[in-house]
Design a protein around this ligand. Structure first.
Ligand code: SF4
Length: 498
């Protein structure tokens, strides 16, 4: 279905893609139920038969929201300012975001600086009389202090409730200042999964920043990333392609030239689906429709599709052959060292599919995994992007494949089912719980670590490193008590009731 860029409000993931945040079963069952033909689940609940049925839990222990994802996308554009039209509490995560931004700037050789953001700091009185005046004043302050090329406005639950005319204020201030002032509608309560916030930021960028009359650059490829290390530049140089990294740490000019690129890729469909599809729909920039670049099968197919679209087939084939020959000897050694080891992946959805592929290449057993949500389809609707089906068809089933939006109370029981030797985790909030159970975790702060051929080796080395600390975690487990009652811990994580 075409994305509607005529309205400033993004359609949330559950409406667009049928996204769910709770489910329990095997990877193959979830893949079958998510088939791109969207077969009926056969249930008798009377729901729309195209909907993937979702598990329910007794409560939500802790999570994240769309507004926070806007912070980590629009808030990390270098020459922009993000205004959070919200109570100050919504901005609590900016302390961590600022650290990530500073580290990212240092890693990419740019001058280290703090984030540029302002909270309108809504109070009780604003909830009664409205906060538009505060918003307009904050936009003027941002302009006077920073002279940014763009000002983003993130909405919040509070502004959604009181119904402030954020679009009206943005239009007025855009005319006054002469720069794009972009409302991003990301009220936390409007979507049950935070990844809608990625889409909200990308929606505003496509509408108001991307150049409308592009002059094509045939060797430029948009790479949708977060803060990961620069693995794409050397890889693409082998194909005579240049990288345009977006959205985090990008400049406004980098974002504007996205319409001029020859193709768009990403490290994870969860993050890149909306922006890549939108660029193809609005500007004819092809999205690379292939499995994600993890493991040999995924990386080969991804490179071949990129090469086909950019007319670089011979160069890609030569690169693929060289890389296979280069990494296979070390891979053979790693497989011996990791034989019999059991891993568990706990990350965002499509990224987890990629990481599990790499574990399987390393010969690691994966009997269980937890993904933070599940999109039955991505925005392109193209089956070549069905990353879960690619995982199951290429590497086999995962018997305990759970969907949960980072609920600690479920995580304990899920780990007990499979008792892994280690876990891979991206959002580190769950790692301390695993440590209490004696299980070491690799917090994958650099999201590119497992990508491509070198990524297989990188991940194998990382696992060896964390396994060397297993004894420490086991000692720790022997000296800590779980905060849960025995009766609670004995229940199935998806049927907890008291
Ligand atoms: S937008 Fe809503 S859910 Fe998000 S931090 Fe603010 S109050 Fe919480």
């Amino acid at each position: 279905m075409a994305i509607n860029f005529d309205t400033p409000v993004v359609v949330n993931r559950e409406q667009r893609l049928g996204t769910i945040i709770a489910w329990d079963g095997s990877a193959s069952e979830l893949s079958d139920l998510s088939e791109y033909s969207r077969k009926s689940c056969g249930g008798s609940c009377g729901e729309n038969k195209r909907k993937l049925c979702e598990a329910t839990g007794p409560f939500t222990q802790g999570s994240c929201c769309s507004e926070q994802m806007v912070e980590c996308q629009a808030g990390q554009v270098r020459d922009a300012v993000l205004i959070q039209h919200s109570p100050i509490g919504c901005a609590a995560s900016q302390v961590g975001n600022s650290l990530i931004y500073r580290v990212g700037m240092a890693m990419t050789g740019k001058p280290v600086e703090n984030l540029r953001w302002i909270s309108t700091n809504l109070k009780e009185q604003d909830m009664v009389f409205g906060g538009v005046e505060r918003l307009e004043q904050s936009i003027r302050d941002a302009w006077e202090r920073q002279h940014p090329k763009v000002i983003f406005i993130a909405t919040s639950c509070a502004t959604g409730i009181i119904g402030d005319d954020v679009d009206g204020a943005a239009g007025k201030m855009e005319a006054e200042l002469g720069i794009p002032v972009i409302p991003l509608h990301c009220e936390g309560f409007k979507s049950k999964h935070w990844s809608t916030g990625f889409d909200a930021a990308q929606h505003g960028i496509i509408r108001q920043i991307v150049r409308k009359n592009p002059k094509k650059q045939e060797d430029l490829v948009n790479v949708i990333k977060l803060w990961g290390s620069d693995v794409f530049t050397p890889m693409f140089a082998q194909l005579d392609l240049r990288v345009n990294y977006v959205v985090d740490l990008a400049s406004v000019d980098d974002l504007a030239q996205m319409s001029e690129a020859a193709a768009t890729v990403g490290f994870c469909h969860t993050l890149s689906s909306y922006l890549a599809s939108g660029l193809e729909q609005e500007f004819g920039v092809p999205e690379i429709k292939a499995p994600q670049p993890y493991g040999f099968a995924g990386t080969d197919a991804w490179l071949r599709e990129l090469a086909r679209v950019t007319n670089r087939v011979e160069k890609a084939e030569a690169y693929i052959a060289r890389e296979h020959a280069r990494v296979k000897p070390r891979l053979a050694e790693l497989r011996k060292l990791l034989k019999g080891k059991k891993g568990y992946v706990s990350t965002g959805s499509a990224y987890a599919h990629g990481l599990i592929s790499v574990l399987k290449e390393l010969g690691v057993e994966v009997d269980g995994s937890l993904v933070f949500h599940h999109d039955p389809v991505y925005d392109s609707g193209d089956p070549r992007q069905d990353s879960l089906a690619h995982l199951v068809d290429t590497y086999g089933d995962i018997p305990s494949f759970s969907v949960s939006n980072r609920q600690q109370y479920q995580f304990y029981g899920l780990l007990q089912r499979v008792k892994p030797d280690f876990i891979l985790i991206r959002h580190p909030g769950l790692a301390p719980l695993a440590s209490r159970l004696g299980i070491p975790a690799a917090p994958l702060g650099d999201e590119h670590i497992a990508l491509g051929y070198q990524g297989i080796i990188n991940l194998g080395e990382t696992i060896l490193e964390i396994l060397s600390r297993r004894k420490f975690h086991q000692k720790l487990a022997g000296h800590v008590r779980m905060p849960y009652k025995k009766s609670w811990l004995e229940q199935d994580p998806y049927s907890l009731s008291n």
